[in-house]
Structures are given as C-alpha cells and as structure tokens.
Design a protein around this ligand. Structure first.
Ligand SMILES: Cc1cc2nc3c(=O)[nH]c(=O)nc-3n(C[C@H](O)[C@H](O)[C@H](O)COP(=O)(O)OP(=O)(O)OC[C@H]3O[C@@H](n4cnc5c(N)ncnc54)[C@H](O)[C@@H]3O)c2cc1C
Length: 287
C-alpha cells in the first residue's frame, strides 16, 4: 500500500528537531532509518502527517569511549556498529548482535536508536541493552534525562519515551576486559527476526561466575532479563548442570506470542536452547 500524504522536515540541529516535535505534536513522527516506520506507514498502521528526519543532525552520530562508558549516538547505523574498531575491541557482544540483524540493506540504514525506540520485542538491541546494563539519554523541551534499559521497555511498542522526547545517546558501561559474551539467535532464514535469542555477558573469577547478565529476545511482550537464571549461576562453577538449570529458569519467564515462527512451547524451548548455547560460548570466550 501507499502511505498517507505527509510533510517532510529535515532539521539540522537537535533543538530545532525538538521545537518541531513540540509544535507538531501527535501528528509528527521521528524518522531514523525508516526500516520499521516506513513499513508501518505503508500498511497504514502509522499515519503521521509530518515526518521529522533525524538524519542531518550530526550530534546524533558517532561512537566514542568516555571514561569507562561507551557512548553511541542514536543515529549510528548497524553497519557502523559492526565495523567500529572501538566496539570490536571493547564491546564485541554488541557487534555480534548487530551483525545478526536482518540483511545488509537494513543494517546500512537502520539505527540503534530506532531499533530501541520502536519497542518491538522482536528487535535484537533491546535484549542486548539489558545484557550490557545500558542506559539511554532522552531529550525533550524540558531538558535531558538518563534512564536505564532495565524498565525502559513497558510493553509491545511501548517504552518510557514520552511524547516530545528524542533518544540522543546509548550509554554502555565498558565491559571488563576478558568478559565472555554471546548473542545466540535462532532465525528461520537470513533477514528474519529471531524465533528466540539470548544475550549473555559473563565474568568468571577463580573458576566461578563473578557476574553474569542474561536477556532474551522475542519470547514475551518485551525483552526479558532472566534474573533468576543469573542468580542461579552467580558464584558457582559454570558446569553443564548449572547451565541447564539457568536455561530452565530462563524458560520459566517466557510467554511468547505464537506465530508463523512457532507455537508457545517451541519458542520457549528455543529460548532455553539459545540460553544454553550463549552460556557455553560465553564461558569459552572468558579470558
Ligand atoms: C525485512 C526486515 C527485517 C528486519 N529484521 C530485524 C532483525 O532481525 N532484528 C532487528 O533488531 N530489527 C530488524 N528489523 C528492524 C530494523 O532493524 C529497523 O531498522 C529498526 O527496528 C528501526 O530502526 P530505524 O532506524 O529504521 O528506525 P525507524 O523505522 O525510522 O523508526 C522506528 C520508530 O522509532 C522512532 N524513533 C527512531 N529514532 C528515534 C529516536 N532517536 N528517538 C525517539 N524515537 C525514535 C520512530 O519515530 C519510529 O516510531 C528488520 C526490518 C526489516 C524491514
């Protein structure tokens, strides 16, 4: 289908974009890479009268490290993440996740800020953000606030972003060197969303789990942080029994919507399998 007619705006600064957003209100939508918004507009699930393109705002781009924090501009594309030497060295979990998003065309235009702001539980960055302990900088007319990824995702397509706010940055505490990591994603074919996926960030010390974060994609109305699974292995040797117990606990929080990718039972089982694979690989990768 063809989208409803709309007016296109391309502000060059963040204050201009915020002013426009405030002036146009509910009739406006922010445009990032367009790979979720434009399909929705074509289906007429979204019918904005105005699109505010964030693509010309230089300060929304870029990847840098500031102290112990990796700072990523919301308009940074998946491709830029995949090819970032800094992220390859300091945050390979994010690189591994971004590389598995859809296909090169989507990765070339799609942005990390759009992927997170969209609030789709099928998107990969939300669970990666939970595993990495990220926080998001949201800016509106009233100023700036920083919110943790934990609690940001309220429901399907529902986040803590308030009307009039723009996500400007993603902040990730630089993972300790030697951390193990893995994003294990099951998809039916290249370019598809996850049937189920698990993100793991792991630190071992003296043969036991010093710290671990486990998060799941597309097996609930939001990404899920598997806190009981984390607690079950923290302070323990990460042997096969501990890994399978963590997977059982991860499965116990899953409530996937059945669709063409599988029914509830199958998707839940695959979330368990992805948890096992991600923990095994993360254990191997621990220095
Ligand atoms: C065929 C196909 C397969 C895909 N497969 C996957 C996949 O496997 N994994 C995956 O994670 N994603 C997948 N996607 C989605 C893709 O990654 C999108 O690019 C992403 O969901 C949205 O990012 P975007 O930059 O395109 O945002 P847009 O589509 O431009 O925007 C999405 C929403 O976020 C809002 N928004 C955008 N930026 C901001 C901001 N800075 N602040 C506040 N609100 C903002 C917009 O207003 C809009 O409501 C797929 C898409 C397609 C078309």
């Amino acid at each position: 289908m063809i989208p409803r007619e709309f007016e296109y705006h391309a502000p060059k600064t963040l204050p201009d974009a915020i002013t426009l957003l405030q002036r146009l209100g509910d009739d406006a939508k922010l445009l990032a890479g367009g790979h979720s918004l434009l399909p929705m507009m074509k289906l007429r699930f979204a019918q904005p009268g105005h699109l505010i393109d964030l693509g010309r705002i230089a300060e929304l781009k870029g990847i840098r490290e500031d102290g112990g924090t990796l700072v990523i501009g919301a308009m940074t594309t998946e491709n830029e993440i995949v090819w970032s030497k800094l992220l390859q060295a300091k945050c390979p979990l994010l690189v591994e996740g971004a590389r598995q998003i859809s296909d090169p065309q989507v990765r070339y235009k799609g942005t990390i800020g759009g992927d997170i702001s969209h609030g789709d539980p099928g998107n990969d960055h939300p669970a990666l953000m939970l595993a990495l302990g990220a926080s998001f900088v949201l800016r509106g007319a009233g100023g700036e606030r920083v919110v943790p990824a934990d609690g940001f995702f309220r429901g399907t397509y529902d986040t803590l972003l308030a009307p009039g706010e723009i996500m400007t940055q993603i902040r990730i505490p630089t993972p300790a060197s030697g951390s193990g990591y893995c994003y294990a994603k099951l998809k039916r074919k290249t370019g598809d969303f996850a049937t189920a996926a698990a993100a793991v960030l792991l630190r071992m010390q003296g043969g036991v789990v010093d710290d671990v974060r486990i998060a799941l994609t597309n097996v609930g109305p939001t990404p899920l942080r598997a806190t009981a699974a984390e607690a079950a292995v923290r302070g323990k040797r990460l042997d096969d029994a501990a890994i399978h117990e963590a997977a059982r606990l991860a499965m116990s929080i899953c409530a996937p919507a059945p669709d063409q990718r599988g029914d509830e039972e199958y998707k839940t089982a695959m979330a368990g399998e992805m948890t096992v694979r991600a923990l095994v690989k993360a254990r191997e990768r621990c220095a």
